[in-house]
Design a protein around this ligand. Structure first.
Ligand SMILES: [Zn+2]
Length: 226
């Protein structure tokens, strides 16, 4: 079982980013976007996860259409190496979210978790029910269902935490935290008072941890890049 938390998966992504930064000035904005898309999808493929499209917008995983939003402001000519590093590690963070959503779908497919539903009637773990009730793309649900036997035992505990937070009994709490989060403050200053509660959501705690690991690996190269 390969995961975005694995060291060699992270170092391979970092190597691709370093290559991109070396050629940054020679590429157009669109070329940079397509290079980043290639980099994150190579990472996802290594982990046997479905690939994403990289659309324009503030960094976010759009699970319903299986896209990651990535802003053009991170793709400009004048970008600093620090901003570049923040951008690509944020992309990795969103890629980790895609792994989280996918692993949960694998767990539901394998009968580990119940299909989330607001009614008392249990629902069968079919591809359509998983796609609808988890609000993930049909093709992603299909992919997870077909690979349900590969559900990773070593990640059992952490995937259960994600499930409880996103679809289980903690989802009301999560909804409240997200609802009260000031997204403009979040993207600009990270100064929102709800930010600490946000960082404490199991899926965010994990994604930031993985992002920090990648940033540390990248930072090892920053002097070399300057
Ligand atoms: Zn996140």
């Amino acid at each position: 079982m390969t995961s975005l938390s694995d060291q060699y998966v992270q170092t391979t992504f970092v190597a691709r980013c370093r290559e991109l930064w070396k050629n940054w000035g020679r590429y157009s904005q669109e070329r940079r976007r397509s290079k980043l898309k290639t980099a994150i999808n190579a990472t996802l493929r290594t982990c046997n996860l479905p690939e994403v499209d990289l659309i324009v917008g503030e960094p976010f995983l759009v699970a319903g259409s299986w896209n990651i939003r990535y802003p053009n402001s991170y793709l400009t000519d004048q970008i600093s190496v620090d901003k570049f590093a923040r951008g690509v590690t944020t992309l990795y963070h969103e890629g980790r979210h895609s792994e989280q959503w996918y692993r949960i779908a694998q767990g539901i497919s394998a009968g580990k978790f119940r299909v989330p539903t607001t009614s008392l009637m249990p629902q069968q773990a079919t591809v359509a029910n998983i796609s609808n009730n988890c609000a993930i793309a049909f093709t992603t649900a299909q992919h997870a269902y077909n690979n349900r036997q590969h559900y990773p035992q070593a990640m059992d505990r952490i995937i259960s935490q994600w499930y409880r937070s996103i679809y289980g009994y903690q989802r009301a709490h999560r909804g409240q935290v997200l609802e009260h989060l000031d997204w403009s403050a979040f993207f600009n200053t990270h100064a929102d008072i709800n930010f600490a509660r946000y960082l404490n959501l199991p899926e965010e705690k994990d994604a930031y941890l993985v992002q920090d690991e990648v940033l540390a690996r990248l930072s090892n190269h920053l002097n070399m890049w300057a």
